[in-house]
Design a protein around this ligand. Structure first.
Ligand code: GTP
Length: 616
C-alpha cells in the first residue's frame, strides 16, 4: 500500500462508551475477523481486561477496506477510556493521523473531553460518532447538542451508530478514508522508496521465547527481515558499535501477528529483533538502519506517577523473580516507576509509582496473572515535598527541595521551611440533580471551585482544585455512589501547594514501631492516630502486663489506648489429669508462639503488620 492508501487512526472515548465493541465491528465488517457472536472486545486480550471488562492496553489491528473501488490499509488503535490509562492513549495517538471519538447515551463525559483535548494537542482531526443509538435511553438530540457545545464539530459530521448491532459501520469506515489524512511521512516517499528508514517505536511487549516485540510506525523507508537496525537511544547509550540488532521477524497486526517480511513507510506493525531488556526498547525511540543514522523524533513526555506503594514478595526468596517480572511487565506498561526499598520486617522490595488507584490494582493483578507472582502492597501514598532550610552541619548550602513518599523520607521538623502537597484540577460532569451533593463532596475534600458551567439544560460541568491525597482513596467511589454512577471524573496536575504535614509515630510501651509510622496532613493526624491505636488494641493479644498504645507527633501524644494485662495459664482450664488434652493445649500454645514476634517485651502476631499496613 502506498502511503496515500493508508490511514492510521485511534478510537477514543469515555469509559464504556463502546470503543472495543466498535473495533470488533470494524474488524468484522472488513472481513479481518470472522463474524461471530463470540467476538466480544477481541482487542482486549489481557486476562485482566476480560475479567474487568475494561481496556487497559492500547491494541493495534490492520484492516483492508475497499472504498470507491480502491483498497485501503487502515491501521486501527483501540485505546483505554479510564483516566488512569490516559498515558496509553497519549502514547498511541503519536502513531495516528486521526481519531474516531465515540460518545454514547450518557453524552459527553469527562474522559470524552480529556481525550478530545489530547487529540487536539496532537493536532489530529476528529470524526465524531454517537454510539448505542439502539438503546431505548438514547437521546441523540441531547448528545448532539453537548457535542456541538463542547467540541469543535458540526452536526453534519456526526455519525450515528450502534456498535453492538453493527449499524452504520460503513459510514465510519468511509469517513476514515475520506476525512483522515494519510500518514504524514517525512519526505512523502512512496512505499518502495530508497529513502532512509525512520520508525517510531510506540509500544512493546515481552514474550518468553521471542523476547521483546516492538510495535512500530514506519515513518520513512522500509524495514525488512534480516535488516540490521539500531536506535537513537541505544546509539547515545552504547556508542555506535554495540547497539545493532538483526530484525528476525516483521509483520502486521490483524490483530494477531501476521509476518510480512517487510513494512513500508506509513504502515504500523511489529518487529522481533532480539532486544533482551526493558531498557533497550524505549517507547518513543527512533529506529533506523544501523549504517544510516537519522535524526531522532521528539521524545515522549514521561508519565508522572501520582500514587506510590511499597511492594514486597510474600516470600523473600522470590525477590529476584519479582524483579524480573516487574521489568517485563514494565516493558508493556511504561508509566510505572520502580525504585528499590527495604523494610525491617518484610525485607527487600520496591517502591512503585502508578498513575492512579485503578492502575495500581490492575498492575498488581497483571503481575499475578501473567507472571504468577505473589506480592503484598502497602496502602497508597502521594508524593509530598519539603523545602529544607540551609544547614551548615548537614552541609545543605542553599534551600533544597526533597520528595517524601514514605515515612523514612520525612525530614527532621527543624530543617523544614515548608511542606508542599500535590494539587489537581478535577473536572466532574454530572446530571443536574446530583450536582449539589457532588459540590458538597468536593468541599468536604478540601476542594475550591474554579468554574462551573452548563453543558446542556440537564448536565453540568464542575471544576474543583483539590489536594491529590483527597482523591486517591475513595473520591471516585463516593462520586459514583452519590450520582448513581452517572457523574464522570477526570483530573490533571496543578502543581504543589503549602500544607501542614506531619508524621504520626506509633509507640508500644514507649517503643517506636517504625513500620506503623504514617505521613499525613496535620488536620487528619488525630483521626488517623486514634484509628490506628484502636485497631492495634483489637489485634494485639493480651500480654502478662498492660500495654500502652500511643500515637505521637514528635513528643506530643495525639491518641492513646491501653491494653489491660492478662494472666495466662494455658493449663488452668484443663482442670484435673487428662494428659493428652494437656499435651494438645501445650502444643497449640507452642505453635502460637512460633507465629509471634517480639517488640520489646510485647509479643504480637507476625501478620499484625500486614493487617495494619497492607491491603492484601
Ligand atoms: P473501556 O475500554 O473500558 O473504556 O470500554 P469501551 O469503551 O471499550 O466499551 P466496550 O466496547 O467494552 O463496551 C461497553 C459496554 O457497552 C459493553 O457491555 C457493550 O456490549 C456495550 N455496547 C457497546 N456498544 C453498544 C451499542 O451500540 N449498543 C448497546 N446497546 N450496547 C453497546
Amino acid at each position: 500500500f502506498p502511503p496515500e492508501k493508508i490511514r492510521n487512526f485511534g478510537i477514543i472515548a469515555h469509559v464504556d462508551h463502546g470503543k472495543s465493541t466498535l473495533a470488533d465491528r470494524l474488524l468484522e465488517f472488513t472481513g479481518t475477523i470472522k463474524e461471530s457472536l463470540e467476538n466480544k472486545q477481541v482487542l482486549d486480550k489481557l486476562q485482566v481486561e476480560r475479567e474487568r471488562g475494561i481496556t487497559v492496553k492500547a491494541q493495534s489491528a490492520s484492516i483492508v477496506y475497499k472504498c470507491d473501488g480502491k483498497e485501503y490499509l487502515l491501521n486501527l488503535i483501540d485505546t483505554p477510556g479510564h483516566v488512569d490509562f490516559s498515558y496509553e492513549v497519549s502514547r498511541s495517538l503519536s502513531a495516528c493521523q486521526g481519531v474516531i471519538l465515540v460518545d454514547a447515551t450518557q453524552g459527553v463525559q469527562a474522559q470524552t473531553l480529556a481525550n478530545y483535548l489530547l487529540s487536539m494537542e496532537h493536532g489530529l482531526p476528529v470524526i465524531p460518532v454517537i454510539n448505542k443509538i439502539d438503546m431505548p435511553r438514547a437521546n441523540i438530540a441531547k448528545v448532539e447538542k453537548e457535542m456541538l457545545n463542547l467540541l469543535d464539530v458540526h452536526t453534519s459530521e456526526i455519525i450515528h451508530i450502534s456498535a453492538k448491532l453493527g449499524q452504520n459501520i460503513d459510514q465510519v469506515l468511509e469517513a476514515i478514508v475520506k476525512q483522515l489524512p494519510s500518514p504524514n511521512l517525512d519526505c512523502k516517499s512512496s512505499y518502495n522508496s530508497s529513502s532512509l528508514l525512520k520508525a517510531l517505536l510506540f509500544d512493546s511487549t515481552y514474550e518468553k521465547f521471542r523476547g521483546v516485540i516492538a510495535n512500530v510506525a514506519i515513518l520513512d523507508g522500509t524495514m525488512k527481515k534480516g535488516d540490521i537496525i539500531s536506535s537513537v537511544y541505544l546509539q547515545q547509550k552504547d556508542g555506535n558499535s554495540k547497539s545493532a540488532y538483526e530484525v528476525k521477524e516483521v509483520g502486521i497486526l490483524r490483530p494477531e501477528h501476521v509476518s510480512t517480511d517487510v513494512l513500508y513507510a506509513g504502515q504500523v506493525g511489529y518487529i522481533v529483533c532480539g532486544m533482551k531488556t526493558v531498557a533497550d526498547a524505549q517507547i518513543g525511540d527512533t529506529l533506523y538502519h544501523h549504517k544510516h543514522p537519522v535524526q531522532g523524533l521528539p521524545k515522549f513526555k514521561k508519565a508522572r506517577p501520582v500514587v506510590f506503594g511499597e511492594m514486597f514478595p510474600l516470600d523473600q526468596s522470590q525477590f529476584k523473580n519479582l524483579d524480573a517480572a516487574l521489568n517485563r511487565l514494565m516493558l508493556n506498561d511504561r508509566s510505572v516507576t520502580k525504585l528499590n526499598s527495604k523494610s525491617f520486617l518484610l525485607g527487600s522490595g520496591f517502591r512503585i509509582g502508578f498513575l492512579g488507584l485503578l492502575h495500581m490494582d490492575v498492575f498488581c493483578q497483571r503481575l499475578e496473572q501473567e507472571f504468577g507472582t505473589n506480592v503484598v502492597m502497602t496502602s497508597p501514598t502521594v508524593p509530598y515535598k519539603a523545602i529544607l532550610n540551609p544547614n551548615k552541619r548537614l552541609q545543605i548550602k542553599e534551600e533544597k527541595e526533597i520528595t517524601i513518599t514514605t515515612p523514612e523520607d520525612y525530614p527532621s521538623q527543624n530543617l523544614v521551611k515548608d511542606f508542599l502537597q500535590p494539587m489537581i484540577i478535577g473536572t466532574v460532569i454530572t446530571p443536574l440533580q446530583y450536582s449539589q451533593d457532588i459540590m458538597e463532596l468536593c468541599t468536604a475534600k478540601n476542594g475550591t471551585a474554579v468554574g462551573n458551567s452548563y453543558i446542556s439544560e440537564t448536565s453540568l460541568m464542575l471544576q474543583y482544585r483539590l489536594p491529590l491525597d483527597e482523591i486517591v482513596v475513595d473520591f471516585y467511589d463516593k462520586l459514583k455512589s452519590l450520582s448513581s454512577g452517572y457523574a464522570s471524573f477526570d483530573y490533571e496536575d496543578d502543581g504543589y501547594e503549602s500544607v501542614n504535614l506531619s508524621k504520626v509515630d506509633i509507640l508500644l510501651n514507649g517503643e517506636i514501631v517504625q513500620e506503623l509510622s504514617k505521613i499525613c496532613t496535620l488536620e487528619k493526624s488525630r483521626k488517623i492516630g486514634a484509628k490506628t491505636c484502636a485497631k492495634l488494641k483489637d489485634l494485639i493479644p493480651r500480654q502478662p502486663f498492660p500495654v500502652s498504645i500511643q500515637a505521637v507527633i514528635g513528643k506530643s501524644v495525639i491518641a492513646r489506648q491501653t491494653l489491660p494485662a492478662a494472666k495466662k495459664d494455658v493449663l488452668a482450664k484443663t482442670g484435673g489429669g487428662d494428659y493428652t488434652r494437656k499435651l494438645k493445649l501445650l502444643r497449640r500454645e507452642a505453635d502460637l508462639q512460633k507465629h509471634l514476634r517480639a517488640i520489646g517485651k510485647i509479643k504480637v502476631p507476625k501478620n499484625l503488620f500486614i493487617k495494619m499496613i497492607f491491603k492484601l
